[in-house]
Design a protein around this ligand. Sequence first.
Ligand code: EPU
Length: 424
Amino acid sequence: MGEFVVHRSGPLQGTVHLGGAKNSALKLMAACLLAEGGHVLSGVPRIIDVEIMADVLRAMGVTVRRAPDGPDGEPGDLLLDTPAVLVPEAPYELVERMRASIVVLGPLLARCGEARVSMPGGDDFGERPIDMHLTWLTAMGASFETAHGYVQGRVPVGGLVGSRVVLEYPSHTVTDNLLMAAVLARGVTVIENAAREPEVRDLADLLVAMGARIEGAGTSHIEIEGVAALTPAVHRVVPDRVVAATYLAAVGIAGGEIIVTGARAEHMDMLLAKLGQMGVEITPVEGGLQATAKGRLHSVDIATLPYPGVATDYKPLLVAMLTVADGVGIVSENLFSGRFRYVDELRRLGADIRTEGHHAVVRGVPGLFGATVRATDLRAGAALVLAGMAAEGETIVTDAGHVDRGYDDLAGALAGLGADVVRR
Ligand code: EPU
């Protein structure tokens, strides 16, 4: 899986460019199942999860390839060619590597009238069920059987039917799946308490460009009027706000002044407010954000919430910042029960953190010291790299492959800002 070798770094300086969002790109790729023909997605990051999703789609008969990279290093467009007839199955070997594969369920049912998708297993965040996906696709007329580790879904002749959906929790991927199911359903689907993430809006923008009728994406009330068929489109992926947060947290930890081009302040309001309270000064500049940090950070309390709250994906980065901030911060995780596993690794670097259920109390220390630690998941891995930048001596972050799932060369990007981070 490789490892990161990190030494104390900073002050950082320079400009880093942001690629497209993983959690949008994966869904946009799945949306290409909905229409026969050639689709073009720009700004799709070169990350492992995109490769896994490409393999999921290939298993269904879609041709997926990359155009050559642009002269500025911009990843080449992703070109997807969807056949008239699909193999509506997502096999165990691929779903097991990436839970987000479940997002093919809605488009397959809508386009093929059937789907066979391996049930995602547990992961490092603890329990992550798919009950809401099944409940609401059932409300739209699908029926499901589970056997031999697979969910088998069928739609009666005539297709899915529009329905009123009231989500008990504004799940991101459930909203995506229902959107993709509803665009080809008969009649109107209304999703109440829908997820409001910018990536949901991005998916809806692609679907509209393909001919779908959708109102309200990006708000908690979405209305979709089904159409008979969609056609392929050309679309650019929204910038990755979690990767942006990673660079902003890096400058918080190491100090300095950087510009993140492509970063959109309106997608990160709460995060920017928190970073501001911690002492990272962030100002919009032409095409991005400038972030400046001098001196020691201040502690704040943080509670993760569905968008537009502070995203659970930002939390490990913020906890890494709190480990060296002045004061005590209380961090509450409200989304994923197991998402404190990396805390033990931060403690190995000298962090003073106590966890109790969904809460962590982080007492800032003046500095960390290097050690070998393990990336327990994607965001945790990035957070450990950042923590290593505040540590005396050498920090080795093993299981670096987790980080490759969502970052296109994190070490290279941080090194470009002057950080002493190497991937090997
Ligand atoms: N949930 C259910 N039943 C379901 C679906 C979800 O109970 O059928 C629960 C989950 O167990 C969890 C909560 O709902 O407690 C939130 O889950 P949600 O469905 O919103 O999360 P997700 O769609 O599975 C996406 C991102 C995650 C990100 C979360 C929260 C993708 C591919 N993943 O997951 O990103 O943490 O939203 O914003 O979009 C990451 O990028 O590393 C990552 C994990």
